[in-house]
Each structure stands twice: as structure tokens, then as C-alpha cells.
Design a protein around this ligand. Structure first.
Ligand code: PEP
Ligand code: MN
Length: 372
């Protein structure tokens, strides 16, 4: 059960003290307090954990400071959608809104290889009117002998160039607590020219200790990839780990499932789950066509499979697209064969726009039909 308190509730005030004293007296119930500080107001929520079935909504609603009570019906207590739940389905980071109602494209390098490629990529992103990108500095690789990413050494120039080209948010995977500290330090040293969305890769979806560490910081939002060999429920619980530690600015990314049933695609594309995740949780949903499809194969209509699946995800209401581009794919140190070409960026964005407009028309149509 979640008690949503009146905005700007004073935790030192007598009413609040009375409320917490009452809650402390409830047998078998523990509480966890979460404060969300917006620009104008602070919103306090108290999570009641334990046997809440015996608690009556009306009497809980009458307690001091309590504005609304939500009975949690699913496992995903914080990020889930519950009955009569009007909590927000968006957040704003570094001036960019991420919500179940928006769409952001993160086109960029799978892995940073050199400064020149980073600059060419960021300039293209900027020239095409975009403010988000992807830039991998820490790469989890199947082979220990494969390129592992430049790590902290590339961060200063990546962040400085991002600032120069007006990039507001870059998705960057981390696999260890030390990476989080290195990113923080490099951002600080370069004067915070850009923002970072911390990416948890599919190989780490259930790395619970990493999730707890990343969830405990709240300055940067998190992009959690769905685990490639676990159930959707297990992946959504992984997202809930982040939120339960304090960070609820989480975007959930579908990136395909590992099974030979998806052949010849690299992974079995799971973008039919976009509306499912939006229904079960309040998280914005991202699709990653690059790691799902994994090649530049095209169909007889001349459209790349990666663009087809992107359109399918966007048409189903996706809120973010994470996609690999590279200025010279044969020279890329990671995932060159699935990189889109820079000259394809305006084409890709226009195609995404067509799908987005079609999605918005479908929403209008559904509203008209459902209200008639
Ligand atoms: C990536 O986005 O660079 C990546 C490694 O993705 P995934 O974790 O989905 O394989
Ligand atoms: Mn990759």
C-alpha cells in the first residue's frame, strides 16, 4: 500500500509525527519513505510493506497528511501501475523529457573507438536536430581478447565534445561501481557539459548488487535492458530493484531475446511487448533495433530489417530508440555489421517520424472508438 501525502508535507511538523507514530504502531507493517523533489514541490510517499490486506483504505485516507492511498496489486510496487494510480509516467533529465508520451532517438556509437569518430557522430546527431546519443565506453564482450572499450580514458573528450555539439543526454553502459564513479568524476572535471543515462546491459539485468548501487544514486537516470534469457516479470523486477533503492527515473529497453527461434536475426525481436510494459509499469519504453536484428539485411521493399522493427516498436508506442550508427562501420571495433551509415541518419529519423505520426493517429482513433 502506498500513502501519497499532500505536497510539501513538512517531515518535522506535528501532523507528520502523528502519522508516523500511528504507522509505527501497526503490527507487522514496515514503512519506507520516498521523497520526490520537483522544481516546485516535494512529494512524499510512504510505502507500507507487510500484511497490508487488513488495512482499510478509507481509514488510511483519513490519517493526517495523507492525500491519497493506492493499494498495490502487483509486484512492481514503485514502478508498477496500480488501480486508481495517477502517479507520473515521466521524468525530466537535463532538460529532456522521458515519458510514456514522448519519443527520443539515441543514435550513436555502439563503442567509442577514437576522438575523430566521436566528433563526426556527435556533429551528425546535432546537425539532424537531436540532443541525445549513445556512446559506449565500457563494453562487456563475449571474448576476453576482444576490445573492451576505452573506459575512463575517453570520457573527458567524449563529454567535452558532447557539450560542444549540444548533446543533453548520452546513454552509456556501466558494468561496475567504479565506472559510475569514473563517469561522475569526468563529468565534474569537464564542468558537466552533458548528461549521462546509465545503461545496464542485458548481461547484467539480474546483477542485483550492481542494480542496488546504481539505484542508490539519483543524479543520473537509468536505462535498463531486458535480460535476454529471463522472463519479462524477472526483468521488470530488476527495474524495481533500482526504484526500491531510490532511483525511479528508469527507462526499460527491449532488445530481443536470445533463442535460435529468431534466426536469422541476432535475437528474437520482442517489440510486441512495448504496450505490455507500458500497461504494467509507468516506465517509458525503449527499443533497440541494432542489438535485436544485428545486421544490415534488407527486405525486397528496400527497407532494412532494423528500420522495419524500429517502425514496429514506434507504431506500438515506444518512447525511445537506441540505435547504432558509425561513420565508417568496417573500422568499428564493436558491432560494425549492424551499424547504420551516417548518411542514413536523416532517412532513419524521417522514417521514425512517419511511424510516430501513425501511432498518434492510432491513439486518436482508439479514443474516438472507445468513447463512441
Ligand atoms: C549495447 O547496447 O551496447 C549492448 C551491449 O546491448 P545489450 O546489453 O542489449 O547486449
Ligand atoms: Mn553493440
Amino acid at each position: 500500500m502506498i500513502l501519497i501525502l499532500s505536497s510539501n508535507t513538512d517531515q518535522q511538523g506535528a501532523d507528520y509525527q502523528q502519522l508516523t507514530a500511528h504507522l509505527a504502531g501497526l503490527p507487522g507493517i514496515q514503512t519506507r519513505v520516498h521523497v520526490e523533489r520537483g522544481a516546485e514541490q516535494a512529494l512524499t510517499e510512504i510505502y507500507l510493506i507487510g500484511n497490508t490486506k487488513t488495512l482499510d483504505i478509507v481509514s488510511m485516507q483519513s490519517l493526517p497528511c495523507v492525500e491519497r492511498v493506492v493499494r498495490v496489486s502487483e509486484d512492481y510496487r514503485i514502478l508498477g501501475r496500480h488501480k486508481d494510480d495517477q502517479r507520473p509516467t515521466h521524468f525530466v533529465y537535463n532538460g529532456v523529457r522521458f515519458g510514456q508520451d514522448t519519443l527520443n532517438v539515441f543514435a550513436g556509437l555502439c563503442a567509442v573507438d577514437n576522438r575523430e569518430h566521436v566528433e563526426i557522430m556527435l556533429k551528425a546527431v546535432h546537425d539532424n536536430g537531436q540532443v541525445c546519443t549513445r556512446m559506449g565506453a565500457y563494453k562487456p564482450r563475449t571474448s576476453p581478447y576482444a576490445f573492451q572499450g576505452h573506459g575512463k580514458n575517453c570520457l573527458p573528450y567524449v563529454f567535452e565534445l558532447a557539450g560542444q555539439y549540444g548533446i543533453k543526454v548520452m546513454a552509456m553502459e556501466i558494468t561496475h561501481e567504479s565506472h559510475l564513479n569514473e563517469i561522475r568524476e569526468a563529468l565534474h572535471q569537464t564542468g558537466n557539459p552533458t548528461g549521462v543515462m546509465l545503461q545496464i546491459g542485458t548481461r547484467n539485468t539480474q546483477n542485483f548488487e550492481l542494480l542496488k548501487i546504481v539505484g542508490r544514486q539519483t543524479e543520473m537516470p537509468i536505462l535498463l535492458k531486458r535480460g535476454f534469457g529471463i522472463t519479462l516479470d524477472e526483468s521488470l523486477n530488476a527495474a524495481e530493484y533500482l526504484a526500491s533503492e531510490g532511483n525511479r527515473n528508469v527507462v526499460f529497453c527491449l532488445r530481443g531475446m536470445k533463442t535460435n527461434m529468431g534466426d536469422p536475426h541476432r535475437n528474437f525481436v520482442d517489440f510486441a511487448h512495448v504496450p505490455v510494459v507500458k500497461r504494467l509499469t509507468r516506465m517509458p519504453v525503449c527499443v533497440d533495433p541494432s542489438h535485436s536484428v544485428g545486421s544490415r539485411a534488407a527486405s525486397p521493399d528496400g527497407i532494412l530489417d532494423m528500420m522495419h522493427v524500429t517502425a514496429q516498436g514506434v507504431l506500438a508506442g515506444a518512447n525511445m530508440v537506441l540505435v547504432d550508427f558509425h561513420p565508417a562501420p568496417p573500422k568499428a571495433l564493436v558491432d560494425g555489421p549492424q551499424a547504420m551509415l551516417l548518411k542514413e541518419l536523416p532517412y532513419f529519423l524521417e522514417d521514425v517520424q512517419i511511424a510516430r505520426e501513425a501511432y498518434l493517429k492510432r491513439v486518436d482513433l482508439a479514443a474516438r472508438y472507445n468513447n463512441s
